[in-house]
Design a protein around this ligand. Structure first.
Ligand SMILES: [Zn+2]
Length: 255
C-alpha cells in the first residue's frame, strides 16, 4: 500500500475493547487503527483525534489485513509524499534533430535532480554561490507545490509534487558547464546571466521535456507557442508533471 498524504479524518469510532478503534477517512471510508498493541492503537487514535479536531490533513501508511484496511503509521501533518522506494529514472529523448538523456530520481512525489556545475575559469566562488541560490530557488518554486498525485476520483489524500535540486560534485544526473553570460543556454551549458526562469526551462529538459518554441530547424514541432516553461520559461502546466503521477499509477491534479 502506498503512503497517502493530505488525508482528512472526518469520524472516529471506538469501543470498550482492547485496541479496537477506527477512523473515517474523507472519501475513503473506515480504516482500522493498528491493533498490534494497545499502546500503538492509542497513540494513533490520539493523533487522528487531534487532526480531526483541528481539521488538518495527515499523511499515513495503510495495509490490507484480512478484510480490513489498517492504518499502521500516521506521519506529521505535512509529510509531502517523499516516501516509498527511491527510483533512479533515465531515458533517451529524441525530438526533431535534438537528442539527450533525461535523468532524475523519484521518491513518491518528490523529484530530485543532482547537478554538477562546472564553472569556467575566472568565475568566482561568490558568483557561483549566488547563482546556485538563484537557480535552485527558481527551479523549486516554479516546478513544485503546484500539482499533486491522488488515487481516487475525489482526490482527497493527495500527495504534493515537489522538486529539488542537489548541487553535487559527483554522482550527478547532469553536468552543466557555466560560462560568462550573456550567451545562449541549453541543458548542459548555462551562463552567469541566466535567471531562475531560464534554469527552470533547462531543468525541464533534464526531466525529459522538449522545447515548445518555434524552431526553423524543426518546422513540424508540436506543440509550440504554448506559453509554458518549455516555450517562454514561464508556466509549469499539468501535462509537464503528469509523468510523475503516472509512474505511481495515480492521477494528477492542481493543488
Ligand atoms: Zn530548451
Amino acid at each position: 500500500m502506498p503512503v497517502l498524504c493530505g488525508c482528512h479524518v472526518d469520524g472516529l469510532w471506538t469501543i470498550n475493547e482492547t485496541a479496537n478503534a477506527w477512523i473515517w477517512l474523507r472519501n475513503r471510508g473506515w480504516r482500522k487503527l493498528d491493533n498490534r498493541s494497545p499502546q500503538v492503537c492509542t497513540r494513533l487514535l490520539a493523533i487522528a483525534a487531534l487532526a480531526k479536531q483541528r481539521n488538518v490533513a495527515i499523511s499515513l501508511h495503510e495495509e490490507q489485513r484480512g478484510g480490513d484496511r489498517v492504518v499502521t503509521e500516521i506521519y506529521d501533518f505535512d509529510a509531502g509524499g517523499a516516501m516509498g522506494p527511491p527510483q533512479e529514472i533515465s531515458f533517451a529523448v529524441n525530438e526533431c534533430v535534438y537528442g539527450w538523456t533525461a535523468a532524475y530520481a523519484q521518491r513518491g512525489t518528490r523529484i530530485t535532480v543532482r547537478i554538477r556545475l562546472v564553472p569556467d575559469a575566472g568565475i568566482s566562488d561568490a558568483t557561483m554561490n549566488t547563482l546556485r541560490d538563484t537557480w535552485r530557488t527558481g527551479i523549486e518554486s516554479k516546478w513544485g507545490n503546484r500539482f499533486g498525485c491522488c488515487d481516487n476520483a475525489a482526490c482527497d489524500c493527495r500527495c504534493t509534487l515537489t522538486f529539488g535540486v542537489e548541487w553535487v560534485t559527483s554522482g550527478e544526473h547532469h553536468a552543466v558547464r557555466v560560462r560568462v553570460g550573456p550567451a545562449r543556454s541549453n541543458m548542459t551549458t548555462w551562463d552567469t546571466m541566466d535567471t531562475g526562469d531560464v534554469a527552470s526551462h533547462e531543468f525541464g529538459h533534464m526531466l525529459g521535456h522538449p522545447d515548445e518554441y518555434p524552431d526553423d530547424a524543426c518546422p513540424m514541432r508540436s506543440p509550440v507557442s504554448t506559453g509554458t516553461v518549455m516555450h517562454d520559461n514561464t508556466e509549469v502546466v499539468e501535462r509537464l508533471v503528469r509523468p510523475f503521477c503516472d509512474r505511481l499509477g495515480e492521477t494528477t491534479s492542481t493543488l
